[in-house]
Design a protein around this ligand. Structure first.
Ligand code: SF4
Length: 240
């Protein structure tokens, strides 16, 4: 894919959703960190339900330590893998209190040293909380980047590094949100909604979902709905 196409893709995604946000609910960097740890192999919706119970009770590292293992588990037991996530969160809180004055560090190395925090989670925190132009490549971004040809690669890290090199600077900070939302709602794993896709004419995927009969009118309606869906999805869920 050439640079002009890539630029046009991000211009359209930006026009549809000028200020994209994470769908995880949070009001502080620490809350975001906990929500991202909890979100591994879980839906944002499920995480938001659990954190809506947890955060009013405990939303600092010390408060979670005070809650204790059993107390934390009681709040997050609706989330998959909650036992190991609770263990990681408790251990991460201990490090935050002992080594970082109860604050979430801004350095990748310090973030990745926290239990339950890998490169992807560190990228989300660095981008969403600290405004760094990082690219947290999850399953959605990996799929969209490869299908469209925006940045191809065999591993999430390869795609991440290509995106960092190839996405025009003006779009770098928000690119990961646009790509996640596009993958979640339009370029879905099974049967992507190509006839309704804002960037179908620029996408280089060879196996696009064909438009149904009477496509013209439906596609136009869908295109409008698509732009609205992405736009409102970005606005709805984040509490700031
Ligand atoms: S045209 Fe289809 S494959 Fe390409 S980005 Fe849009 S939904 Fe995905």
């Amino acid at each position: 894919m050439n640079r002009a196409k890539r630029t046009e893709i991000f211009e359209r995604l930006r026009a549809a959703n000028p200020a994209p946000k994470t769908e995880l609910a949070y009001t502080s960097t620490f809350e975001l960190l906990v929500a991202v740890i909890l979100s591994a192999q879980a839906t944002d919706k499920g995480v938001n339900k659990a954190t809506a119970r947890l955060f009013p009770v405990a939303n600092t590292p010390q408060a979670i330590l005070d809650l204790g293992d059993a107390g934390l588990k009681a709040h997050i037991k609706t989330i998959g893998l909650f036992n190991s996530k609770a263990k990681n969160i408790m251990a991460a809180c201990r490090i935050l209190v002992d080594e970082h004055g109860g604050q979430v560090p801004r350095e990748r190395k310090a973030l990745e040293a926290l239990p339950g925090v890998g490169r992807k989670t560190a990228n989300v925190v660095l981008n969403t909380a600290f405004g760094e132009p990082t690219m947290a490549v999850d399953t959605h971004i990996f799929r969209v980047a490869n299908r469209t040809g925006i940045a191809t690669g065999k591993t999430p890290l390869a795609v991440e590094l290509r995106l960092l090199r190839l996405v025009p600077k003006a779009f770098l900070k928000d690119a990961h949100h646009w790509l996640i939302l596009h993958g979640r709602y339009v370029c879905t794993a099974r049967k992507p909604r190509c006839p309704q896709c804002l960037i179908a004419d620029l996408c280089e995927y060879k196996h696009k979902t064909p438009a149904p009969p009477q496509a013209d009118a439906a596609a136009k309606d869908g295109e409008r709905a698509d732009a609205e869906a992405i736009s409102s999805a970005g606005e709805m869920k984040s509490r700031h």
